[in-house]
Design a protein around this ligand. Structure first.
Ligand code: BEZ
Length: 210
């Protein structure tokens, strides 16, 4: 079964490089990013894990816990981590799930047999503090992910959870936003007393609320 937006993220218990975790308990009140990579000791994955480690302070700032996964074992992850530290300049500073029995991979539909029947694809799940899935992304093995984009979407998710706004194409934190389509002009007057610009009746733009 695939995991879709709005679903409760499946809970699980797994062995990780930082000990056994119960996923929902581990998330606590934080946001979460669960991401899979195809295989340990591979080039693209090495760069991805190094980059996530480098920008972990950005996830911390946003109250987001990050956790990786592949179908390799925790022992294999631990051996590989020293290569990542050596080549990417940052030690891996987040837990990595060992999933040789594919328990978590199957729960999250991370193995796509028509792409590869033994390795996980590059999945990303962003999970809110309510444990619901807010974003899913799937990349093929040959393409490393853009984790700055994951941070950008988290900024949008956290903003739109707080205010009745939406974010336009290529939006970045601090840029103008759009009043949600379900908000009437009367409600908008109360919500956004500073006003907005009506480009079309359905396209109302205002500075990002703080
Ligand atoms: C890589 O990370 O480079 C990779 C992993 C599995 C298949 C292909 C590429």
């Amino acid at each position: 079964m695939s995991v879709r937006l709005g679903d409760v993220a499946p809970d699980f218990t797994a062995q990780t490089t930082q000990g056994e975790i119960k996923f929902h308990e581990w998330l606590g009140d934080s946001w979460g990013v669960l991401f899979s990579h195809p295989k340990d000791f591979t080039p693209v994955c090495t760069t991805e894990l190094g980059y996530v480690a480098k920008i972990k302070p950005e996830f911390d700032k946003r109250n987001v816990k990050v956790i990786g996964l592949s179908v390799d074992s925790v022992e294999s992850h631990e051996k590989w981590e020293s290569d990542i530290g050596e080549t990417q300049g940052t030690p891996v500073n987040f837990p990595m799930i060992g999933d040789p029995d594919r328990n978590v991979s199957n729960l999250y539909d991370m193995i796509h047999p028509n792409a590869n029947d033994t390795l996980t694809v590059r999945s990303v799940f962003v999970i809110g503090p309510d444990k619901k899935v807010k974003l899913t992304i799937t990349y093929p093995a040959s393409t490393g992910r853009n984790f700055d984009e994951v941070l950008r979407v988290i900024d949008s998710l956290q903003l739109t959870a707080k205010f009745k706004v939406a974010t336009p194409a290529n939006w970045k934190d601090g840029s103008d936003v759009i009043i949600g389509a379900a908000v009437s002009d009367d409600e908008a007057k109360t919500l956004f007393p500073g006003g907005w610009k009506t480009v079309k009746p359905y396209l109302r733009v205002l500075p990002q609320p703080k």
